[in-house]
Design a protein around this ligand. Structure first.
Ligand SMILES: [Zn+2]
Length: 114
């Protein structure tokens, strides 16, 4: 069976997460990132002791299902807001509802205004 792959740049994490590229290189790249993330997680100790887990945020923004803490989710939404995406696309990327995206943005605006 041949699967049509529309990714423009095969084998990259972005191709995997955004374009749905499942070429062997892309799969391996994704696995490498997951391993790196897991290793980083172990090296860092408990999540409570740290601030924002930047790598988790980056991976979430790249489309990996990540268990983000609220502060990290806020950072992820802020990062996604810089991308030229529709809100539903941002929501899909983070695995949250569109309303969550709007809620975070409103909270950020209120914070900046205060
Ligand atoms: Zn591909």
């Amino acid at each position: 069976m041949t699967t049509q792959c529309n990714a423009t740049r095969h084998g990259t994490l972005t191709a995997y997460t955004v374009d749905g590229c499942r070429c062997p290189d892309a799969v391996e790249t994704k696995r490498a990132y997951a391993r790196e993330w897991a290793a980083n997680r172990r090296a860092c100790g408990t999540t409570a002791a740290r601030g924002v887990d930047e790598l988790a945020v980056d991976l979430a923004v790249a489309g990996h299902p990540m268990a983000l803490r609220p502060v990290e989710r806020t950072a992820a939404v802020a990062q996604l807001d810089r991308y030229d995406l529709k809100d539903w696309q941002r929501a899909e990327r983070l695995g949250v509802s569109r309303r969550t995206i709007l809620r975070h943005r409103a909270a950020r605006r209120n914070q900046q205004a205060a």
